[in-house]
Design a protein around this ligand. Sequence first.
Ligand SMILES: [Zn+2]
Ligand SMILES: [Zn+2]
Length: 126
Amino acid sequence: MIRGSCLCSAIKFTILCEPKAVTACHCRMCQKHHGASFAVFGSVPKTQLSIDEGKGLLASYNSSNAIYRQFCQKCGSSLFWFGSEEYSDWISIALSSLDDTYTVERIKHIHKASKVCWLAKLGRDL
Ligand SMILES: [Zn+2]
Ligand SMILES: [Zn+2]
């Protein structure tokens, strides 16, 4: 069980398995929605995600086709997205919203064509 929450802690959730298929997405929509250079999401079957508190504060934005991005309407934290045709029973979770430790086997970078021009400078002082 891995717990997660938004910035203001109004929304609290639990995932019942480790996040799978971890992806760092560099598309413009993820950059804008996260306000970050890229967004890292891991996916779980929808049945493995439990919203424990603040479900009513979860807002949805239809960003493209059948894709919905969900965020806390109080603090703006980007939390989930779902609606992929291929994986309609799955939901993706913004890994930075998780509060417990967990294992990430590997990270796949996608939509690299739109990566930010300063990305190479990011890791330099880590
Ligand atoms: Zn919040
Ligand atoms: Zn993206």
